[in-house]
Design a protein around this ligand. Structure first.
Ligand SMILES: Cc1cc2nc3c(=O)[nH]c(=O)nc-3n(C[C@H](O)[C@H](O)[C@H](O)COP(=O)(O)OP(=O)(O)OC[C@H]3O[C@@H](n4cnc5c(N)ncnc54)[C@H](O)[C@@H]3O)c2cc1C
Length: 380
């Protein structure tokens, strides 16, 4: 649902101009420094990008799902690391509070997350609990009006920058599955909480992940999300439903960029006395990519409109995440192929994006986990 088509078109145009004039020219700098420059962060704050999905009453733009996916597609025509920096505030690092938080929790955290004054992160994965996240081992022991958290989390996006974490921890110490898990809001400066060094990754330089360690961290009971123990895994899954659809939109945005890079190269690169775009084998790769990008875009928009009209979209979000994450991998591979040797060189955008997009088949549920979710739904 698009609430006000006229002003939304203006906003999308503003994002596209920002992408073209500011973000794309600075991509090499982000790769070289492994940081997003401060002036770009300031512009993203001023444009309201950190608060796209946070309700207007808490200072955000209150985007509907359709508006959110369209904005993500537009933003991710530039390197996906720019979206990754705002993505925990607009997605997994805020939505637990938006969906299940108490009015006090919302009031305390959402306005600053929306303004980009603070960064939120989502800490579910652990060294021994990845796809089987319900088996997580971080414990939260009740002690008067506090909980004491102990354990460690792995590969947490924006952990080095984060001021506040949504942490899933086991409150029922007898349980071994998802039913014993609760979600907490944990402030970065809590004594006993530490963040490891940046992980050295295959791609997405400029976006950081790290371990987060909880060594008897005292968290007020008031920071339990939903006010009830044992609801944390449900909160995490609601957050991930929305996040998976958004990752599918991210994949569409990057795929559109990759296709344009391939098209432009094919038109200007000459071999055998003519542009390689005139060879039908090159045209086949371009055409397959176009058809797949269009299919991905259509899927994401259909699922987003369904979400805005009310129904649960777990199935559709998994279908879109699975298809789009695999699709952008194929589009990236063809873009490198069309560039020939130039596509293997680090100066080319397609080489970098090829590595960047590999992540989308892995996080927020691997492609295999999406297949299991889809199969479970259709076999019911
Ligand atoms: C860059 C990056 C950023 C991340 N950011 C975050 C974050 O912000 N917060 C967070 O909590 N986590 C984050 N993660 C963690 C991510 O969600 C996990 O890596 C992912 O869920 C997979 O878990 P795993 O790495 O332990 O792989 P594993 O679960 O060990 O999987 C290994 C392989 O086995 C397959 N597999 C597992 N179970 C099954 C099954 N039942 N059937 C078939 N195949 C199966 C998987 O598909 C995969 O191919 C991030 C990861 C990366 C790489």
């Amino acid at each position: 649902m698009i609430r006000d088509p006229e002003s939304f078109t203006i906003l999308l145009d503003t994002i596209s101009r920002f992408v073209r004039d500011t973000l794309i020219p600075r991509e090499p700098e982000v790769v070289d420094t492994d940081e997003i420059p401060g002036d770009i962060l300031a512009q993203m704050r001023a444009m309201g990008l950190f608060g796209l999905t946070i309700p207007e009453e808490y200072g955000g733009l209150g985007f509907t799902t359709e508006e959110e996916v369209l904005a993500s597609m537009a933003l991710c025509y530039a390197s996906p690391v720019f979206r990754s920096r705002i993505g925990t505030n607009t997605g997994i690092g805020s939505q637990g509070i938006v969906i299940d938080g108490s009015p006090e929790q919302k009031q305390k955290y959402l306005p600053r997350l929306a303004a980009g004054e603070i960064t939120g992160s989502f800490a579910l994965t652990e060294p021994a609990a990845g796809s089987d996240a319900g088996s997580l081992r971080t414990t939260a022991r009740r002690d008067g009006d506090h909980y004491i958290l102990s354990g460690s989390k792995r590969y947490i996006t924006n952990a080095p920058e984060a001021n506040v974490f949504t942490v899933m921890a086991r409150t029922n110490l007898q349980s071994k599955d998802a039913r014993g898990v609760s979600a907490f809001i944990v402030d970065r400066d809590s004594p006993g909480l530490s963040v490891g060094p940046y992980d050295v990754k295959m791609g997405q330089r400029g976006s950081h992940t790290a371990d987060v360690i909880f060594d008897n961290v005292k968290v007020p009971a008031a920071n339990l999300i939903g006010g009830q123990e044992g609801m944390g895994f449900k909160t995490a899954m609601k957050v991930l439903d929305k996040a998976r659809l958004n990752i599918a939109a991210v994949c569409v945005g990057v795929a559109e960029r990759l296709l344009d890079e391939a098209l432009n190269y094919a038109k200007q690169r000459q071999q055998f006395g003519k542009p390689i775009a005139e060879f039908q084998l090159i045209q086949a790769m371009l055409a397959d990519s176009k058809a797949e990008v269009y299919a991905g875009r259509s899927m994401v928009l259909e699922a987003a409109r369904k979400k805005d009209s009310g129904p649960n979209i777990t199935l559709e979000a998994s279908c879109a995440k699975l298809f789009c994450a695999e699709m952008v991998g194929r589009v990236a591979d063809r873009a490198v192929q069309i560039h020939g040797g130039a596509g293997y060189m680090q100066v080319s955008a397609v080489e970098r994006l090829y590595r960047d997009v590999r992540l989308f088949r892995l996080y927020e549920g691997t492609s295999q986990i999406q297949q299991l979710v889809i199969a479970k739904h259709i076999l019911r």
